[in-house]
Design a protein around this ligand. Structure first.
Ligand code: NAD
Length: 220
């Protein structure tokens, strides 16, 4: 299939692109940064998703995976929310489309990260459902994934700080973060295997959001 991955020069996007290539698909990557992938079935476009006029025509996209994003910048809303909308509006609504996947964030659920970042990701959850409604007549799905921590360069400030890392692990029931390769497998499942789930968000956060409740009750 023809797969388009945004953010393909970054941790999650490059892992997703690599997995689809390994499975025999043809991948176009789109990123503001140069390519990090060298493969005969990979082509790379340098473009800024926040500028819709900079997005080239890419006909026949069957699977669209939106990973491009920034964190704690002046552009969190314009890249993460408006930029993702630019990409989906440009490439999804055509007869070849089969599935769209948007990488949101656990912060869309918890609101616990940088204000504009959380707002951008929260917006993506309702946009995912909006796209799912509009893509259904094409027989195509649209879902989002909301990862908690993923061990990519984006998180160096806490991964490289043992004190902060311990604080995070104390709040994380499974005592680990996911790596980009695991998230790539989720991307593959949601876009290739899944044909029946649409308009949904899946929270993948090692239990951080929902498993910290405690039952308090007097001892006998
Ligand atoms: N790493 C995590 O813990 C985590 C958790 C939840 C959600 N996410 C989300 O997953 C996505 C990927 O994160 P990552 O960890 O791989 O980050 P990353 O920084 O490694 O990769 C992001 C990529 O997006 C590209 N990009 C940034 N602005 C762009 C623009 N305007 N146009 C085109 N490309 C642009 C960057 O060049 C980079 O290659 C992001 O949307 C991020 O918010 C990450």
């Amino acid at each position: 299939m023809k797969v388009l991955v945004t953010g393909s020069a970054g941790g999650i996007g490059s892992a997703a692109a690599a997995l689809f290539l390994e499975k025999g698909h043809t991948v176009t990557g789109l990123d503001i940064a140069p390519s990090v992938i060298d493969h005969p079935h990979y082509s790379h476009i340098v473009a800024d998703i926040s500028k819709s006029s900079s997005l080239p025509d890419i006909p026949g996209t069957e699977i669209l995976i939106c990973c491009a994003g920034v964190q704690d910048s002046a552009d969190d809303i314009s890249v993460n929310l408006c930029g993702t909308m630019n990409v989906v509006e440009k490439y999804a609504f055509q007869s070849s489309i089969r599935s769209v996947l948007i990488i949101a964030s656990a912060s869309a659920h918890t609101g616990s990260e940088f204000p504009a970042y959380s707002a951008s990701k929260g917006g993506l959850l309702s946009y995912t459902r909006n796209v799912a409604i509009r893509l259904a007549p094409y027989g195509a799905t649209c879902n989002s994934l909301s990862p908690g921590g993923v061990t990519t360069a984006l998180n160096r400030p806490v991964m490289d700080n043992p004190v902060l890392w311990k604080q995070i692990m104390d709040l994380t029931p499974l005592k680990k973060w996911m790596d980009a390769e695991e998230l790539a497998q989720w991307c593959y499942f949601m876009t290739v295997i899944n044909r029946s789930c649409s308009g949904e968000d899946i929270l993948i956060d090692n239990g951080e959001t929902h498993l910290n409740a405690r039952f308090i009750w007097p001892e006998d």
